[in-house]
Design a protein around this ligand. Sequence first.
Ligand code: C5P
Length: 217
Amino acid sequence: MSGGFVIAVDGPAASGKGTIAVGLGAHYRLPVLDTGLLYRAVGVLMQGRGQDPDDAGLAGATAARLTAEQLQDPALRTRAAGELASRVAVHASVRDALLAFQRGFAGQAGGAVLDGRDIGTVIAPDAAAKLFVTATPPVRARRRWSQLAAQGEAVTYDDVLADIRTRDARDGGRDEAPMRRADDAVLLDTSEMTIEQAADAARRIVEAARARWNTSS
Ligand code: C5P
């Protein structure tokens, strides 16, 4: 086997995959890419220019010119940015334009952790470890609501739950890169877990994958 140890962490919005990815990156000393930020940046940049995020051509052009610095903007973490992201993410032009950047990150010699929706299926189908992190919509809504409230956003739990259901429908109802679990991804349902328990469970899954990877590489 060639390349570094790649960990793919996929799952729906607010499933805990971002926290799990960061924890795995720290544990294995691997760089982490939150791929949702790429889609969020495209949406936020377009909105800032008064462009329509549903315009596939303009969205693709924005994605093609995205720079790493543009991913640092705190505005990408807002609820509105998540909504814009899921609108631009339906365009094949956007997904294609973001492919090379994500594959480049995954292809680093030392390995990497990427979290998103299609890491295990499209971006890094040969990843040594694949997790599909999920939780029920009410649990995810509760977590996202707490996060947004801590950021100072005035939003109700019901609105966040409605957002999550809309995003699930939009993310799952796509022909291109459907938000499906890779056949070889391990399902991690964090609905009944604390974040520490979820992080431990994720590490156990990755340890098993690493043992297999060590013997085959
Ligand atoms: O994970 P996050 O909430 O930041 O993702 C925002 C949106 O970006 C998702 O709802 C999804 O539509 C899109 N996305 C995607 N593929 C990825 C990461 C995010 O389509 N790999």
